[in-house]
Design a protein around this ligand. Structure first.
Ligand code: ATP
Ligand code: MG
Length: 573
């Protein structure tokens, strides 16, 4: 028979102090609430409360996967090195792949993701178009030897992932499977109560995106996202390629101007009384081939590392010595009269801009009224896309100003096409007997990271504030004095009544002071607290506290179970 849990029997060792190693709220609170414990760098045990939440997240994922016809199964975590060699990832994956050798000197890897395993599985048995499409998925531990495991469950070396793989006959089929998964991911985020944006992870091709990351909005997020309130466009700052709102310098003849001490954009803009966006910033670098280059970007924008690597290979910014070596004057670099051998590049956002304020390649001087095409030339090959989008840039879809937010990547969907079916020889036979490559998609959700993301979005200075959908328990009953022969029976009766109505209840049956109980209740974050105190009971009442809002109301002892069970039921995922 179902009964309520008792705090005295619960393995949830709470901590009074903030653990020193925890920077993020989710890391700190999951440790303090007795939900996780570190066993080694990037390795965590999920204690009973965390496990209950994780099972709820998994149940929501399973429900949504079933809804789109995906089938759950399980492949071994230990994967044959031979498969990784076939796909080319044995070398491509690098040190993140955890490799090991068995007693016969055969190589294996602990799966960081399972494209190889699933492709290998179906290539032997999925042979006819009649068997397609198929989407298979699993929920399983993944292993990645992350360079910097950190933030608790956020970036572990072992973590729980749901990973799915779709197999279709043609591209249209693959796109249908992809869109089904993408839709399911949006619903999963909603149901676990995560505010998340689907963010285009590639620049997007005609006919839609080919990869989308689901970003849970949180200040603690590692990713920076540009998004549009108006039309819903969202992209990470490196993929955004958003038009920039540029100020033009004044028109006129090219003029060299003395700008003493104006070695930074801020100093120059202040000196000339113009906005920073009217100036052009010169970034001196050495590209992957070892050649010197100067890249010009809008004065108020920065270069994005990932984009710059696309444009320049394994580049680095010039050191003081290198600037001197190539004859560049720090703070006063411009496209007119660059030293011989130094290549100029221009960010594409400057394409339509006419009147520039630029360095004069001379200490203490800038040029104003500089006009591309008249005062200096830009060859087609010199345009590059290297800046990070920022607030105020224009939405590439609708032209409204973009806003910025930070996000935690909780999931990603991918159209793979024939990447793996080709390298691993996974084919099927179409109706006229021709052998064709399977079209694949892959889809991952970080289940354990999702729990951390929920805590990032649902907490306050007192602790976690779980939404009912993923709370370890839905209601905590708090008898203020367990030895009191009026208080305890009321608490017991209410808890039993709630359990009878299908609610998940924990009772704080410890002989602790009320202050200690209240603090732990707020820390552990069960969505509703039923406080049973002697005074209220005398009037026939108990106090109902909503954890998220702090709202307290007196409810009659005989009504609280039915009122609360209805409320909880309406908030389940
Ligand atoms: P990241 O860029 O954060 O390293 P990723 O893009 O490498 O993640 P994917 O290969 O897309 O990750 O894996 C699918 C999902 O698994 C991610 O969206 C994320 O939620 C989760 N995940 C990935 N790496 C980790 C990790 N080290 N710890 C916890 N969850 C992770
Ligand atoms: Mg990803």
């Amino acid at each position: 028979m179902k009964t309520y849990a008792r705090m005295t029997g619960l393995y949830a060792p709470t901590l009074k102090e903030d653990p020193a190693e925890a920077e993020l709220a989710s890391h700190r609170l999951l440790l303090r609430a007795g939900m996780i414990r570190r066993s080694a760098s990037g390795l965590y045990s999920y204690l009973p409360l965390a496990w209950r939440s994780l099972l709820k997240i998994e149940a929501i994922i399973r429900d949504e996967m079933e809804g789109i016809g995906a089938q759950e199964m399980l492949v071994p975590i230990l994967t044959d090195g031979e498969l990784w060699r076939q796909s080319g990832r044995w070398s491509a994956y690098g040190p993140e792949l955890m490799r090991l050798t068995d007693r016969h000197e055969r190589e294996f890897a602990l799966g960081p993701t399972h494209e190889e395993s699933f492709t290998d599985l179906v290539r032997h048995e999925l042979r006819s178009y009649k068997q397609l499409p198929v989407t298979l998925y699993q929920i399983q531990d993944k292993f990645r030897d992350e360079l910097r495991p950190r933030f608790g469950l956020m970036r572990g070396r072992e973590f729980i992932m749901k990973d799915a793989y779709s197999f279709d006959a043609d591209v249209e089929g693959m796109q249908r499977s992809y869109n089904d998964e993408k839709g399911a991911y949006a619903r999963i985020c909603e149901r676990v109560r995560l505010r998340a944006l689907p963010v285009a992870a590639d620049s997007g091709q005609i006919g839609g995106d080919t990869s989308v990351e689901f970003m849970a909005l949180a200040d603690a997020g590692e990713a920076e996202i540009a998004y549009c309130d108006e039309c819903g466009f969202a992209a990470d700052t490196e993929a955004a390629a958003a038009p920039v709102q540029l100020e033009e310098g004044e028109r006129g003849e090219l003029q060299k101007l003395e700008t003493p001490g104006c070695g930074t954009i801020a100093e120059l803009a202040a000196f000339l009384h113009v906005p920073e966006s009217a100036t052009r910033k010169a970034l001196a670098l050495v590209d992957g081939d070892g050649s010197p280059a100067v890249c010009f970007v809008p004065g108020d924008h920065d270069m994005n590392d990932v984009k710059a690597e696309h444009a320049f290979g394994a580049y680095h910014m010039m050191t003081e010595e290198e600037l001197a070596q190539f004859g560049l004057v720090k703070g006063f670099i411009g496209p007119i009269g660059l030293p011989e051998g130094v290549r100029a590049c221009f960010d594409v956002s400057l394409r339509d801009s006419q009147w520039w304020i630029i360095g004069a390649n001379e200490e203490g001087f800038h040029c104003v009224h500089a006009k591309p095409g008249r005062d200096f030339q830009i060859a087609d090959a010199e345009w590059v896309d290297v800046i990070s989008a920022k607030a105020g840039d224009l939405c590439p879809k609708c032209g409204k100003p973009l806003s910025m937010a930070r996000g935690i990547e909780v999931g990603q969907v991918f159209q793979l096409g024939t990447k793996y079916s080709e390298s691993m020889g996974a084919t099927y036979t179409d109706p006229d007997g021709t052998e064709r490559l399977l079209q694949m998609g892959c889809y991952g959700i970080g289940v354990s990271r999702m729990l951390a993301a929920v805590v990032e979005q649902h907490h306050d200075e007192h602790g976690i504030s779980f939404p009912v959908a993923v709370a370890p328990y839905e209601v905590e009953v708090v008898p203020l004095d367990v030895c009191d022969d009026v208080v305890w029976p009321v608490a017991d009766r209410i808890a039993a009544g709630l359990v009878e109505r299908g609610v998940e209840v924990v009772v704080d049956d410890r002989k602790e002071r009320p202050g200690v109980k209240f603090a732990d209740a707020d820390l552990m974050g069960f969505p509703y607290q039923v406080v049973c105190g002697k005074k209220a009971i005398k009037n026939g009442n108990v106090e109902l506290k909503v954890r998220a809002t702090g709202e307290r109301t007196e409810v009659h002892i005989d009504e609280v179970a039915s009122v609360l069970s209805a409320r909880v039921a309406s908030e389940r995922a």
